[in-house]
Unconditional design. Structure first.
Length: 220
């Protein structure tokens, strides 16, 4: 019984940790207005199918970077500390757009997306939800993993996030009608503020770790 507990605990920890890390950065709630704007002419059934495909695409994209992330970093010779700084900059950019209520897409990009029959891969999955910030988080988690249970836990967290994303998109019409666009805008700004704090922490950790590696005597 004890070995099973020892295995189950890191799986649960990584699953919850991955879900918590992805939720504010991928921001499935903030994606709801864009989703309903792009699928406004679809029937309820077609919109649900689009939501299912969007969630599935996001899970597949993030899972791919989870298992290939370490290889990508090694191929390009990128250290974890540099990745933290770069990821922090990307997350900060996304957070600033949320705080300032800047549109996720330009008018021309929005019009092109509306004319597409399937928006589940682009622009919904990439870049609106599984964007650089989300991918950076997953790769950052992957670089710290050494056991199969940790990978499994992270994968479960990604799948849970996909299910949560589907619920947000499927039930988004009800949320929109109750909260209104102003309510969504306010919620988006709140998320943006916390995400901006996460970005600053990522960059600070990366910079401090770089200095510790380059000049360890300064931090004794």
């Amino acid at each position: 019984m004890k070995p099973q507990t020892d295995v189950a605990l890191p799986i649960l920890n990584y699953a919850v940790g991955t879900l918590v890390a992805l939720f504010p950065i991928a921001n499935p709630i903030g994606a709801v207005p864009a989703f309903y704007s792009l699928t406004g002419s679809d029937s309820r059934t077609d919109r649900r199918k689009q939501a299912q495909r969007t969630a599935l695409n996001v899970v597949l994209i993030l899972a791919l970077f989870l298992f290939a992330g370490r290889t990508v970093l090694e191929f390009f010779g990128i250290s974890l500390n540099v990745l933290r700084i770069a990821g922090g900059l990307l997350v900060a950019h996304a957070a600033w757009e949320m705080v300032t209520s800047k549109q996720r897409m330009t008018d021309s990009e929005h019009q092109a997306a509306v004319e597409k029959e399937d928006v589940s891969f682009t622009p919904m999955a990439i870049p609106l939800i599984a964007g650089p910030g989300s991918i950076g988080v997953v790769i950052g988690l992957a670089t710290k993993m050494t056991q199969w249970s940790e990978y499994l836990g992270c994968l479960i967290g990604i799948i849970l996030f996909g299910g949560l994303l589907y619920l947000c998109l499927a039930l988004g019409e009800t949320l929109l009608s109750r909260m209104g666009h102003n309510g969504f805008g306010a919620l988006n700004r709140v998320f943006g503020f916390f995400i901006l704090a996460i970005a600053v922490q990522l960059m600070a950790d990366g910079v401090i770790s770089l200095f510790q590696t380059a000049a360890p005597t300064l931090f004794r």
